[in-house]
Design a protein around this ligand. Structure first.
Ligand code: ADP
Ligand code: ADP
Length: 226
């Protein structure tokens, strides 16, 4: 099966109604998979379910064949899941480098090597490593957030609207960086509002409507038949 899959997920918040209805999202090795759909369709909820932030009422999450449905988000990170939530969680008063160091909370001996790899992928972060993250532009802050997730040496990276609120030029730049991350061998599962542009770089796309799978196909298929 796929490297990471939220399989037939039914889930909601607290005691509230089901938001996801038998919803499946997945990403395979070497892939960029993109989740699109109207506002309120359940895209973020799907990501949260896969990351273990919601109680699953039905369905399973599997990572590299292992059923991780019952694990906490923290345990999923330890298993190799990276997650960049929609709302930026970077520390604006800390420097770029301090933010990256926070990502390596499992302080591996080789965390300096990982940081060098992050700086290779995001040269602007190297340039601004001693600046407060709060002084950076929106697109640069997103790079900090992605870089920090990479510091945990994830085997798969989930991104919830990484290009939210940035200009088209910055969006293109962020997508280029995300493609570079995927080329290092880290599959990407991401939610995107900028559906057309995101599907252009996607190997696989999911259209969600009202918490359910409305259409699944290759990025090209979805672009041809939106
Ligand atoms: P999308 O990401 O596709 O815009 P969301 O997953 O954010 O959609 O939202 C799907 C539905 O879940 C919406 O009806 C929204 O109001 C509801 N929802 C999202 N977050 C919460 C929450 N924390 N508590 C209760 N309902 C929520
Ligand atoms: P999205 O772009 O994913 O639809 P929203 O702007 O709807 O995001 O939601 C922003 C935040 O508010 C998220 O953390 C979401 O979980 C929360 N939220 C959304 N809808 C509800 C809701 N009905 N009740 C409680 N929290 C909600």
């Amino acid at each position: 099966g796929p490297f990471l899959i939220g399989d037939s997920m039914t889930a909601g918040y607290g005691n509230g109604p089901d938001i996801l209805h038998d919803c499946t999202i997945a990403v395979d090795r070497g892939e960029i998979a993109v989740i699109v759909g109207p506002n309120g369709a359940g895209k973020s909820t799907g990501m949260k379910a896969v990351f273990g932030m919601l109680d699953m009422r039905k369905g399973h999450v599997r990572l590299d064949g292992e059923d991780i449905t019952g694990l906490s988000p923290q345990d999923r990170v330890a298993k190799g899941m990276g997650f960049v939530p929609q709302t930026s969680n970077i520390f604006t008063s800390m420097t770029v480098e301090e933010n990256l160091e926070m990502g390596a909370f499992i302080r591996r001996d080789d965390f300096r090597d990982t940081m060098a790899q992050v700086y290779d992928l995001f040269p602007i972060l190297k340039e601004k490593r001693n600046q407060a993250a709060g002084e950076l532009s929106g697109g640069q802050r997103q790079q900090v957030a992605v870089g920090r997730a990479l510091m945990t040496q994830p085997k798969v990276l989930m991104l919830d609207e990484p290009t939210a609120g940035v200009s088209p030029i910055v969006m293109d730049e962020l997508f280029d960086r995300i493609i570079e991350v995927a080329r290092t061998g880290i599959p990407i599962l991401m939610v995107e509002q900028n559906a057309r542009q995101a599907l252009e770089i996607a190997d696989k796309g999911y259209v969600l409507v009202q918490g359910a799978n409305a259409f699944t196909g290759t990025g090209k298929e979805l672009l041809a038949d939106p």
